[in-house]
Design a protein around this ligand. Structure first.
Ligand code: HEC
Length: 115
């Protein structure tokens, strides 16, 4: 068979589709559909592993929820972490990831400029 440009084009097309199909089976991840950042995806895993002992996500979407801005979200997560008694964020990165997850998925607050 001759390698015509048309043939090469279809070959690339097939390869691209295979790559897409591969992705689809490797990560049927809800957070990808929701367009979360990498940080928030990491936070989602941490959150689901650690934070659902006392409350589910329903506490973030209840009608009378208490958190109304980014700073109080941060304070609340710190508070909840203390009650967990866990030390899983020596450098705060993991806590910030959990906050990013909650903010991107549920609260959608304007994030204050980096301090
Ligand atoms: C020891 C139990 C406990 C654990 C573990 C816990 N929480 Fe909480 N959290 C609470 C309670 C109780 C409330 C409700 C406080 C209230 O209504 O005043 C709450 C409320 C919250 C709220 C505020 C919801 C609102 O009203 O908008 C956020 C955000 C939150 N928790 C995040 C987290 C995160 C993130 C983690 C994991 C690091 C976590 N919590 C782990 C007990 C816990």
């Amino acid at each position: 068979m001759k390698m015509t440009p048309y043939f090469l084009g279809s070959l690339l097309f097939v390869i691209a589709n295979l790559a897409l199909a591969e992705n689809a089976t490797v990560s049927p991840n809800v957070s990808e559909i929701e367009n979360l950042t990498e940080e928030a995806k990491k936070g989602e895993l941490l959150h689901n592993a650690k934070c659902v002992v006392c409350h589910s996500h329903l506490v973030y979407i209840r009608e009378n929820r208490k958190i109304h801005n980014y700073d109080s979200l941060k304070i609340q997560v710190e508070r909840c972490t203390e009650s967990l008694g866990i030390e899983w964020w020596p450098d705060d990165d993991e806590m910030l990831a959990v906050i990013a997850y909650l903010n991107e998925k549920y609260y959608k607050f304007e994030k204050p400029a980096e301090e």
